[in-house]
Design a protein around this ligand. Structure first.
Ligand SMILES: NC(=O)c1ccc[n+]([C@@H]2O[C@H](COP(=O)([O-])OP(=O)(O)OC[C@H]3O[C@@H](n4cnc5c(N)ncnc54)[C@H](O)[C@@H]3O)[C@@H](O)[C@H]2O)c1
Length: 247
C-alpha cells in the first residue's frame, strides 16, 4: 500500500481507531488532517506523525456541524492543495434499550454517527470532483448487522451508515469516488476501556472465534487498504473486521 500524493481527512482522530488510522495513513505517505472535538488529542497525534517523518495537521471540528465541515475541507485545500480520502470515524454512545432510550439520546447518536457521514460526504465531494477521484470509508460497527442488546440508538445509527454507504457508492461512482464501510468488532480503545464492563467484554469475546479484542491498528490497516489504489475495484462494500464474530 502506498498513499504518497494522497490527502486524507480522518474524524475522531484524537484517539482510538481514528488516531491509529491517521498514523497508518501518515506512515504510508498521505498528508493527514486529524479532525476531532478534542484538539489536544488531535495535536498529539499530528506531532507523532510528523515526528515519524510524515505530514499532518490537527483541526478542531464537531462532525455534527455543516459549517465545521466546510471549514475543514477549505482548510485542507488551502494547506495541502487537495483532498482525496475521507474517513468518517468519530463516534460515541448513549446506551439504552428500545423501551427506555430517550428521543434526545436516540437523536444525539444518529447525529454524531449517521448524519455526520452525510455532511462529510457532501462537503468532501466538491474536493473529490476537483481531484477527479476520491475514497471514503465510513466506520460503522458489527452491531449494525447483529443488533446490540441495550444499544438501540448505536445499532440503528450504524445500520443507517451501511445504507448510506451503498447509496453514496452508487451516486458517486461516476465521479471516480469509491465509498466503503468498515464494521469493527470489539476493539481495545479508550471508549471500550471507559464504558464496557469486564462481564460484557467476556461475553462478547466468548462469541469471537479469535478470542480477543482487535487492536486499533488492525482496523486501521483495513481502512487504509480500502482507501488505497490496491482496492480500486472495491465500492459499496461492508467489511467486517471482527475476529470472526458473526460468521
Ligand atoms: N472500539 C470498538 O470496539 C468499536 C467497535 C465497533 C465500532 N466502533 C466505532 O469506531 C469508531 C471509533 O471508535 P473508538 O472506539 O476509537 O472511539 P473513541 O471514543 O476512543 O474515539 C472517538 C473519537 O471521536 C471523537 N468525537 C466524538 N464525537 C465527536 C464529534 N461530534 N465531532 C468530532 N469528534 C468527535 C472523540 O473526541 C474521540 O476522539 C466509532 O464510530 C465507533 O462507533 C468502535
Amino acid at each position: 500500500m502506498d498513499l504518497h500524493g494522497e490527502v486524507a481527512l480522518v474524524t475522531g482522530a484524537a484517539r482510538g481507531i481514528g488516531q491509529a488510522t491517521a498514523e497508518k495513513m501518515g506512515a504510508l505517505g498521505a498528508a493527514v488532517i486529524l479532525a476531532d472535538m478534542d484538539l489536544e488529542g488531535a495535536e498529539a497525534g499530528a506531532l507523532s506523525i510528523e515526528g515519524a517523518g510524515g505530514r499532518a495537521m490537527a483541526l478542531r471540528m464537531d462532525v455534527r456541524e455543516a459549517e465545521d465541515w466546510e471549514y475543514a475541507v477549505e482548510t485542507t485545500l488551502e494547506r495541502y492543495g487537495g483532498l482525496h480520502i475521507l474517513v468518517n470515524n468519530a463516534g460515541f454512545d448513549r446506551p439504552g434499550n428500545v423501551q427506555k432510550i430517550s428521543l434526545d439520546d436516540f437523536r444525539a447518536v444518529l447525529e454524531v454517527h449517521l448524519i455526520s457521514c452525510l455532511l462529510g460526504i457532501k462537503a468532501a465531494t466538491y474536493a473529490f470532483e476537483e481531484a477527479g477521484r476520491g475514497a471514503v470509508v465510513n466506520v460503522s460497527s458489527l452491531y449494525a448487522k447483529i443488533g446490540g442488546q441495550g444499544e438501540a440508538a448505536y445499532t440503528a445509527a450504524n445500520a443507517g451508515i451501511l445504507g448510506l454507504t451503498k447509496s453514496a457508492a452508487r451516486d458517486l461512482a461516476k465521479l471516480g469516488v469509491r465509498v466503503n464501510c468498515v464494521l469493527p468488532g470489539l476493539t481495545d480503545t479508550p471508549a471500550i476501556r471507559e464504558m464496557m464492563s469486564d462481564k460484557v467484554k467476556r461475553k462478547l469475546l466468548a462469541e469471537t472465534p479469535l478470542g480477543r479484542m482487535a487492536q486499533p491498528h488492525e482496523i486501521a490497516s483495513v481502512i487504509a487498504f480500502l482507501c488505497s489504489s490496491e482496492a480500486s475495484f472495491v465500492t459499496g462494500a461492508t467489511w467486517e473486521v471482527s475476529g470472526g464474530w458473526n460468521m
